[in-house]
Design a protein around this ligand. Structure first.
Ligand code: PLP
Length: 439
């Protein structure tokens, strides 16, 4: 691309593109033009190691020939047709069957969306409707947690536990209660108690306050991504889910980031030994080649999602999109054939060790992770100031050509599951150098 082409792109970007989470006037976009494996290149030809897999999406790496071939073949055969009413297509049917067999909810049913926010909206409707049909229409309250991210629809955005998403948008859904996340490192959240004890007691207290038979569902990410890769204590989920079950509350696992190997398991709920009623997935399902999400529903919940001849009142134009489903099948083939779930577990453990070896640097508060979903929480009150996370990740990109993300003061690392040992070393070297500069 010539200098003139690039300058033109920059001008058009500034004039016309509203970027998520960026001021509307925004000079200096890194315009990414192509990718291969774990590498990407910007329009100026600069190479980067993608240590975030985009937004924790690209499990099999960029430009994988098997996914490109699957998309190309399907586009030439049947690019799109709805899965509404009495229509369906082979790819969506095959994918649903495959996901139902994999699902931690057991071999139930699958509803397709275009992404995570839509999946959460669908799960909310399912949870509410499930109770309505079960003779408990008063179960309207939904529980989520502060610092959780569940999307930006009005339902999913109401569950998202960051004030930024609510201020200026009220009224959000009124029937949402936010609980404390199991963020053990933030001891001040727990009044000196054990984090799991605190969270379980809080849940019981909220159930008692809201009243029996009033809560429809608890929606939670097994490992909290946007919060900063917050991994719960091992006993957190089993004890929380026990309380939910005892009180007839559905457990909706938001595995939009976690699923399909990201945490070293097909689903992160397996890691914690709990079974959700509904699992919401997206991102790694197609490695992001084509937008697609899947809501995996237990047989018991699915059995109630029927309202006479018109069925369950939900449907997105792109539910069961044939091309997206064909790509998802090829993506799951690669994950299975190349043992990427196991790879995520083993390389993730090694990266966690290597990053933990940096814990003696003065800026490091905690290093944590599950599979290839790793977080390095920096201490906020250092001379580096409150923007330490943003400054460190920018430095790492500029100096080392490695893209990591910061969630506030947490450095988040989530490379494609195909990241090589050498590339993993490069990530650790870059982080080490940035931390050494702060000492
Ligand atoms: N849930 C979680 C845990 C997420 O991380 C995200 C997006 O990052 C979403 C839901 C929303 O997904 P989408 O951006 O595809 O709407």
């Amino acid at each position: 691309m010539t200098r003139t082409d690039i300058a033109r792109l920059r001008a058009l970007d500034e004039a016309h593109v509203i970027h998520p989470h960026r001021p509307v006037t925004h000079p200096g976009t890194v315009i990414i033009d192509r990718g291969a494996g774990c590498l990407i290149w910007d329009v100026e030809g600069r190479e980067y190691l993608d240590a975030t897999a985009g937004l924790a999406v690209t499990h099999v790496g960029h430009a994988h020939p098997a996914l490109v071939a699957a998309a190309t073949e399907q586009l030439g055969r049947l690019e799109y047709y709805p899965s509404f009413w009495e229509y369906g297509n082979p790819r969506a049917i095959e994918l649903a069957a495959r996901l139902a067999a994999l699902a931690p909810t057991g071999p139930g049913k699958v509803f397709f969306t275009s992404g995570g926010s839509e999946g959460i909206e669908a799960a909310l409707r399912m949870a509410r409707f499930y109770h309505h049909e079960g003779g408990e229409p008063g179960r309207t309250v939904v529980l989520a947690r502060t610092s959780a991210y569940h999307g930006v629809g009005y339902g999913s955005g109401s569950l998202t536990g960051f004030a930024d998403y609510h201020v200026g948008f009220a009224p959000m859904l009124p029937d949402v209660r936010h609980l404390t996340p199991p963020w053990s490192y933030r001891r001040e959240l727990f009044d000196g108690a054990d984090p799991t004890d605190f969270c379980v007691r809080e849940l019981e207290r909220v159930i008692a306050e809201v009243g029996p038979g009033r809560i429809a569902a608890f929606v939670g990410e097994p490992v909290m991504g946007v919060a900063g890769m917050v991994t719960p204590p091992a006993d957190y989920w089993p004890r929380i889910v026990d309380v939910l079950r005892a009180n007839g509350i559905l457990f909706v696992a938001d595995e939009v980031i976690c699923a399909y190997g990201r945490t070293g398991h097909w689903f992160a709920t397996e890691r914690y030994g709990v079974t959700p009623d509904i699992t919401v997935t997206a991102k790694g399902l197609t490695s992001g080649y084509v937008p697609l999400g899947a809501v995996l529903v237990s047989t018991e919940v699915a059995a109630r999602l029927d309202r006479g001849p018109d069925g369950f009142p939900i449907g997105y134009t792109y539910s069961g999109h044939p091309t997206a489903c064909a790509v998802a099948m090829a993506n799951l083939d690669v994950i299975e054939r190349d043992g990427l779930v196991e790879r995520s577990a083993s390389l993730g453990a090694r990266l966690l060790d290597d990053l933990s070896a940096l814990a003696d640097r003065s800026a490091v508060g905690e290093v944590r992770g599950a599979g290839l979903m790793l977080g390095l929480e920096l201490v906020r009150d250092t001379p580096a100031g409150p923007d330490i996370g943003a400054n460190v990740s920018r430095y790492i990109r500029a100096k080392h050509g490695v893209i990591i993300r910061n969630h506030d003061n947490v450095l988040s690392i989530s490379p494609p599951l195909v990241v090589t040992d050498e590339q993993a070393d490069r990530i650790v070297d870059a982080v080490r150098d940035a931390l050494d500069r702060l000492d």
